[in-house]
Design a binder for this molecule. Structure first.
Ligand SMILES: C[S@@+](CC[C@H](N)C(=O)[O-])C[C@H]1O[C@@H](n2cnc3c(N)ncnc32)[C@H](O)[C@@H]1O
Length: 249
């Protein structure tokens, strides 16, 4: 049995243990402000790549004509329920071409699943291919090589349908010489006294800040860094608010 990426497949029913839309109240406000600053008033067309369950997007989806893409059909099902007015497509953010243009493309924490420079390049090309010249591309890398200090531990307990659930996430960079991190997840489940543990492992990316800047500029973006102070461990984080020059149109 593979213990990788189970959260987006056979363990998808446990997603609400790991994540609730209210967990994003603070950061969604920062996303909302950045989008409004750049786009101005109006129900503009917005595309989220790696929409997941759409928990973050649900805070501002109704302000835009929103479209979401995800590689996992099961996560798309969750987002369709959470965001019924959003148009959903199955696809990989590194390769998908919808043949449509948007005013904004955003990638929330799904950006962490890009683990090589080619992944970044290809995804930035996808964003550019879906943006009007002058359109805005916003991402929020979770980690940078320069500022990584120590592993992060996150846990939350919730009651779900009468069961007690605890989700534990341990994120670490075991080999500082490469561009990947490992994220170990455990679910401790108490269903009416019947105990169960599920585990999951995700490989995610970690790059130097200069790699983000260099590859975004190469793809035709002007990059503005805005503080993104959302992490409990106080780590340095930025919303990268990028404007598309229309370079490749
Ligand atoms: C942490 S979840 C996103 C949760 C989302 N931000 C929310 O608020 O609900 C990460 C998502 O990225 C998706 N994903 C990972 N790699 C992808 C890729 N190459 N293309 C599209 N989606 C991808 C996964 O299927 C998963 O649904």
């Amino acid at each position: 049995m593979s213990y990788q990426y189970r959260m987006y497949n056979e363990l998808v029913d446990l997603w609400p243990v790991a994540s609730d839309p209210h967990d994003y109240d603070k950061e969604a406000e920062i996303w909302r402000k950045a989008l409004r600053d750049k786009l101005g008033p109006g129900r503009h067309r917005l595309l989220e790549l790696g929409i997941g369950a759409g928990d973050n997007l649900s805070h501002f989806a109704n302000e835009y004509q929103a479209t979401g893409v995800d590689v996992s059909e099961k996560m798309l099902e969750l987002s369709r329920k959470r965001n019924p007015d959003v148009v959903h497509y199955k696809g990989d953010m590194r390769t998908i071409r919808l043949g449509q243009k948007f005013k904004a493309v955003i990638i929330h924490d799904a950006i962490s699943y890009l683990t090589t420079e080619d992944d970044l390049r290809n995804t930035f090309r996808t964003a550019a291919a879906h943006l009007e010249p002058g359109g805005v591309f916003i991402i929020a890398p979770e980690w940078y090589k320069e500022t990584y200090k120590q592993a992060a531990l996150y846990h939350v307990s919730r009651n779900q349908n009468g069961s007690q659930m605890t989700f534990i996430q341990y994120e670490t960079d075991p080999d500082p010489s490469d561009t990947t991190m490992q994220c170990l997840m455990l679910y401790l489940i108490n269903e009416n006294g019947k105990l169960r543990v599920e585990q999951d492992l995700h490989t995610t990316g970690i790059f130097p800040m200069k790699t983000w800047d260099k590859l975004l500029i190469e793809a035709g973006f002007q990059v503005e860094k805005r503080p993104f102070p959302i992490y409990e461990d106080g780590r340095e984080a930025y919303l990268l608010v990028c404007t598309y020059s229309g370079w490749f149109d």
